[in-house]
Design a binder for this molecule. Sequence first.
Ligand code: PMP
Length: 389
Amino acid sequence: MPFDLAARLAERHAAHLFRQRPLLDSPQVPLVQVDGRQLLAFCSNDYLGLANHPEVIRALQQGADKWGVGGGASHLVIGHSAPHHELEEALAAFTGRPRALLFSTGYMANLAAVTALVGQGDTVLEDRLNHASLLDAGLLSGARFSRYLHNDAVSLSNRLRKATGNTLVVTDGVFSMDGDLADLPNLCAEAKASNAWVMVDDAHGFGPLGASGGGIVEHFGLGLDDVQVLVGTLGKGFGTAGAFVAGSEELIETLIQFARPYIYTTSQPPAVACATLKSLELLRTEGWRREHLNKLVARFRQGAAEIGLSLMDSPTPIQPILIGDSERALKLSALLKERGLLVGAIRPPTVPVGSARLRVTLSAAHSEAQLEQLLAALAECWPQVRDDA
Ligand code: PMP
């Protein structure tokens, strides 16, 4: 039978891989109203707690009063407003790069950057755990596409030796499902030795990492020479929406001229750019948010280790608890929900088969007492799931 969608959906159910969208009826972290219940959430990417900041909300409201709601058209037609431009200049200054280009989503920024830079006859080399948007971008580009072993400079080097044409090495900065950092010093050195360019998608690094929240490149002290294409998203640490690519003058002009996912889409609402200008200022200057967050991360790792949970090598607010089996991951998530805690179970195909996990994300909006509540619930629930093995 053609298009047997019912069978396809039933198969997904049977494999414990069926996904549901929790219906949120409140703002983001820490306390949320979901499916009619109040829960303490540990699954938002609002790492610095800026999504509900009153000054960011006010900037959005004032922006809407002044600029209206819709972007109205693509940037190249009449959709490029003064707040977009001002934000691009502020992001260029923040990242210490000549220029930045604003996008409506990170998914599109990644598609745009990769497809504008490489095509037939070129090579794109990606970490095998890269975000789906980067993998999709590599496939869409038409370049020779190969994935190297996770964070493995030797595996990258072997592939670089066989690369042809312009070669782009692409990696997450902070891996979105594991929370670990890309080994950029070594990966960049390999790329440089082969005249390849490096593109880093630091969606989860901007905000939590670096002395002023400048992400993994600030953390490692890397420049334009090491990472030629730097992507940040605005829906996570910045607490708003959209994304940017930062790099050389020529890179940004190339994207404006050639990147189809940039050219053929409506600009983001200008009021969102107004809100991001405010959240960028808070992200940069309110260092206490990073300090508090780092304390929460350290306490979570210590408490989780005491319970006997299997953590990953993550110094970031992404703290996955490795379970393995999808059904048991769902069970732990359900047990926590019964106790008023919301932590999402992440299953294949988002993560490799056999590595289902609970993806705990911490935020500067969480109090120490709320974190203790999570640890106490995990101590109570984990033995019930562990003993199912
Ligand atoms: N890159 C990474 C590493 C991500 O985690 C995400 C979002 N989950 C994206 C890109 C996509 O960003 P956006 O949500 O703005 O499309």
